[in-house]
Design a protein around this ligand. Sequence first.
Ligand SMILES: [Fe+2]
Ligand SMILES: [Fe+2]
Length: 284
Amino acid sequence: MTPEQRMESVYRENPQGIGRDKLAEMAQVGTKRARTFLRNKRETLETVVSLTDWHVPYEDERAVNCALNFCKAIQPDVIALHEIHDFYDLSRFNQDPARKETLQDELDKATAYLRRLRRYCPESRFILLESNHLDRLRRFLWTEGRPLASLRALKIENLLELQELDIEFRENWHHKGVLFKHGDLVRKHSAYTAKGEFDKEGCAGVTGHTHRLGAFYTRKRGGSYTWLESGCLCDLNPEYISGVADWQHGITLVSFERNGSQYFAEPIPIINGQLIYGGRVISA
Ligand SMILES: [Fe+2]
Ligand SMILES: [Fe+2]
């Protein structure tokens, strides 16, 4: 019997209910696997939260803390992460001589947030998606840093301790008809980019990159589609923008039917370090 069949058999023999640890022991599987099995049996929706554009060390601590507390409260099945780091020192454009943080400080700070998120959501699947700021390291290693490019320690997976934190690293993630990616389009207003991404990809999706919240909806003969722009968790007043940056703090939640093909996609604004979900206030 496969592990799934063993769990199914134990589950059926205990109609009064069975806990994760007992199921793991009786079916001889890991507790993580047993928990996922039970979750699939009990919960009708699979939830995916996107936390994008933190730009550590230029994150907005209250927005990040609020987003982490939201994840702690709802225990998403999947957390999609992108543009967590700014990699300021590797930028060719931003070079403020008064800046105190080093690249190591930036990495340590981002890793501390991710450790906390892992502690809050021990069973969630974490997926880090490629982004232009993360790509600053690769571009540096392919140009000025070329002699160091082969060092294993400088591979993104190793530098960001992804294995230790149980984080997958991928270009994008296509799940049940919804494409999660960082994005590279920037149009002028909220949701304009979402429309542009839909026009380009022809499917539903969730992107970051614009630092705006937005939702584009369309219904065609082939079906109904939503594309979300998922806001940001960074400082809304960075030194390199003169005037007011048209950005919004926020996150997105996509809930998928486990036994169906429908998804529900919603942008969730974070205002002054607070969000409201299901009538409940979640704060930083
Ligand atoms: Fe960004
Ligand atoms: Fe970006």
